[in-house]
Design a protein around this ligand. Structure first.
Ligand code: IPM
Ligand code: MN
Length: 353
């Protein structure tokens, strides 16, 4: 098969981890006789430095023209502590998500037996945990208007807005996923306080009536924040709005043992982007120590979701699991002794074996 992939390395460790994912994709091309074309484009601080814009039009065009997008990470400390900065790298990511219509953010979380000790949580609590966070990605408080400051700068406001239509389309995604899993959807909201949450609960409960075989549970986000680390095995598909999903997915990563192994997909009706859930980890940039597995597993999600290549995707997932089980891991996991590129090489070796 011939396919075109837009590659957005971004900032910090982005270029290093992307390089390993490309290595792995090239191994897949070889093994399964595919041809992938890689088209590189700028985003984030790297794009601001060159063009002044964190998501240049040229990058948008490249994203539109490709069959899928592989993305590294975004963010640079030089913007973090500067509240006056007018452009920020993160704006590039938000603009990309919104202008490509990537409304469904899918973040699978599972505990690997070989990594039970890498998590600070008790083994018996996390063993067998395996769920997916389905986060609405292009609405809610991240994008609602009005937002800003009063003229005298002493009042700031953000607005959380959701339409029924926005809730429905992401609800469909969650239920589709649940059908092929344990048939359970848990909606996380704050319906005891927020009007938007009440619309979510009403819409999702109504929608769920069509699927009596799927159990719908509605939980408050605050108590779910506790249950996700005390009873993670109770969850299968978690459905939630943008901000709650952002927070709960970082929290959930503790179950996996490292933020460095969690991939994600952001899917719209026409385009899809795949990226690790972690950030740009600037302290590690250029040191060849970052864990490339989350990006490599994101490439596996890309093959499965965007290209329908199930066997190819599984070959990557199996090779990553083999690397984990044999301790070919970077320092974030059980004090691993291998570098970013050595882990990538091992995974390639396992794929081609
Ligand atoms: C994420 C990140 C982004 C978000 C930031 C970088 C804008 O934290 O993908 O979870 O808040 O969505
Ligand atoms: Mn986040």
């Amino acid at each position: 098969m011939n396919k075109k992939i837009a590659v957005l390395s971004g900032d910090g460790i982005g270029p290093e981890i992307i390089q390993e994912a490309i290595k792995v994709l090239k191994a897949i091309e070889l093994k399964f006789n595919h041809q992938f074309e890689y088209k590189y484009a700028l985003i984030g601080a790297a794009a601001i430095d060159k063009t002044g814009n964190p998501y240049p039009d040229e990058t948008h065009q490249i994203c539109l023209e490709n069959d899928a997008i592989l993305f590294g990470a975004i963010g640079d400390p030089k913007y973090d502590n500067d509240p006056t900065a007018k452009v920020r790298p993160e704006q590039g990511l938000l603009k990309m998500r919104s202008s490509l219509g990537l409304y469904a953010n899918i973040r699978p979380v599972k505990s690997y037996d070989a990594l039970l000790d890498a998590s600070p949580l008790k083994n018996e609590r996390i063993k067998g945990a395996d769920f997916i966070v389905v986060r609405e990605l292009i609405s809610g408080i991240y994008f609602g208007k009005p937002r800003g400051r009063s003229e005298d700068q002493t009042i700031a406001y953000d607005t959380c807005v959701y339409t029924k239509e926005e809730i429905l389309r992401i609800t469909k995604t969650a239920f589709e996923l649940a059908k092929n899993r344990k048939q359970k959807v848990t909606l996380l909201d704050k319906a005891n306080v927020l009007a938007t949450s009440r619309l979510w609960r009403e819409t999702v409960t109504e929608y769920a009536k069509q699927f009596p075989e799927i159990t719908l549970e509605c939980n408050y986000i605050d108590s779910a924040a506790m249950e996700i680390i005390t009873k993670p095995t109770k969850f299968d598909v978690i459905l939630t709005e943008n901000l709650f999903g952002d927070i709960i997915s970082d929290e959930a990563s503790v179950i996996a043992g490292s933020l460095g192994i969690l991939p994600s997909a952001s899917i719209g009706d026409k385009n899809a982007l795949y990226e690790p859930i972690h950030g740009s980890y600037p302290q590690a940039a250029g040191k060849n120590i970052a864990n490339p597995m989350a990006t490599i597993l994101s490439a596996a999600m890309l093959l499965e979701n965007s290209f329908g290549m199930l066997e190819e995707s599984k070959a990557i997932v199996d090779a990553v699991e083999k690397a984990i089980n044999n301790n070919f891991v970077t320092e974030d996991i059980n004090d691993g002794k291998f570098s970013t590129s050595q882990v990538g090489d091992k995974i390639v070796e396992f794929i081609l074996a």
